[in-house]
Design a protein around this ligand. Structure first.
Ligand code: SF4
Ligand code: SF4
Length: 368
């Protein structure tokens, strides 16, 4: 793995940003993002940085899903924050992209046709969707393990005061983003003041029984590098974080997962602007780890967008790379057919090297 000292370790600035459309960014369109990645000269990397060729070289010329275990529902791009690295390009201005009740009902009908054990609810800040609690209740009633991907600060909003206990009562796993247990690193990525708010939110989750070793009240923290380097050493970092948060803030949590930053959306924009894009992509391609392939999230997860379109994963969703049924169509959640979709080929691209670099990176953290 390349040392992060070879790359710019810290995103410029110490404040949050705003959504790409609001700033008319050069990578607002997903077409431009794909073109930016495709235009990089990766001739010096294995297989010229072509993901499909790399897979084929490791006996994965057919890249298909395994058993569907997780339905991940992205209920919208609305968020109370605007983090610099956000791959969803979420923010307070994204009020249009929110899942409506009809689409949520279509998701539930689809879930009923699967043996998926987990429903992973994400956003934006999923709690801001007016149908969030309905969706959670319906999934819990179906006996599903429910995950709320929470940005922590949303829990401080006045109308969310009861949410930690509400989630605890339903045994929802709370998976929280916290880039680092040190204030400086977290605020650099998510905006000034975020760290203090996150600590207060974690205290409230602890008070509701989260993070004390109870499997029914699991509190998971998610960390992604603050800069252009790979996530590393999940187990070692977890110990460091547990000590750091306990000693300095009296906070406890159950596990830490580490994710690589994907070269898409706002993180792609930052890589371009900071001059790190070429080196970061070379880092990802050179760190390709074939042992991660079987465990990438597209193999056991289906991703549903706020408007009901289907994707192999959340990252493909952000790049508008819709799922492709064997007949070449792009089915909507209303047309969900688990048998047909199980036969599809997963849509891939250069961004996929973000999932297979180093120890790998999936919604559940490191893969190997
Ligand atoms: S909290 Fe999450 S969804 Fe919201 S802007 Fe930050 S990274 Fe994006
Ligand atoms: S980006 Fe998506 S499709 Fe590509 S390897 Fe990762 S999970 Fe699979």
């Amino acid at each position: 793995m390349t040392s992060h000292r070879q790359l710019d370790p810290q995103p410029a600035g110490t404040s949050a940003t705003s959504s790409l459309p609001l700033r008319h960014s050069s990578v607002t369109s997903t077409h431009d993002q794909m073109a930016t990645l495709a235009a990089l000269n990766l001739a010096q990397t294995p297989h010229q940085g072509d993901f499909a060729t790399t897979l084929a070289a490791h006996h994965w010329s057919s890249f298909q899903p395994a058993q569907l275990e997780i339905v991940q529902i992205n209920v919208g791009k609305l968020c109370n924050m605007s983090c610099r690295h956000c791959h969803v390009d979420a923010g307070p201005d994204r009020t249009r992209e929110n899942m409506n009740r009809d689409t949520i009902v279509a998701c539930l009908r689809a879930i009923d046709q699967t043996n998926a054990h987990t429903v992973d609810i994400t956003g934006g800040a999923p709690e801001l969707n007016p149908h969030f609690r309905y969706l959670v209740d319906e999934c819990v009633a179906r006996g599903k393990h429910v995950i709320d991907r929470c940005n922590l600060t949303v829990l401080l909003l006045p109308r969310m005061q009861d949410l930690p206990q509400w989630l605890a009562d339903r045994r929802v796993e709370v998976v929280c983003s916290l880039p680092h247990y040190r204030q400086r690193n977290t605020d650099a990525q998510r905006g000034d003041g975020t760290f203090d708010k996150s600590i207060e939110a974690l205290r409230r989750l602890n008070a509701a029984g989260y993070g004390q070793g109870d499997p029914q009240r699991r509190l998971t923290l998610v960390s992604n590098p603050v800069g252009a380097f790979l996530a590393s050493g999940q187990t070692k970092l977890e110990q460091e974080w547990k000590i750091g948060l306990q000693n300095h803030h009296g906070i406890t949590f159950d596990r830490l997962i580490t994710l690589n930053n994907m070269p898409i959306s706002r993180y792609l924009e930052w890589l371009k602007q900071s001059g790190n894009l070429q080196r970061y992509m070379e880092l990802l391609v050179n760190a390709f780890n074939p042992a991660t392939i079987a465990g990438v999230m597209c193999r056991n997860t289906l991703s549903v967008a706020w408007d009901g379109r289907l994707y192999d994963c959340d990252f493909n969703q952000m790049l508008d790379l819709e799922i492709q049924a064997p007949d070449g169509t792009h089915p909507h959640i209303r047309d969900f057919n688990p048998v047909t979709l199980a036969q599809r080929q997963i849509v891939t691209g250069r961004h996929c090297f973000g999932c297979t670099a180093g120890a790998g990176s999936s919604c559940g953290g490191a893969i190997v």
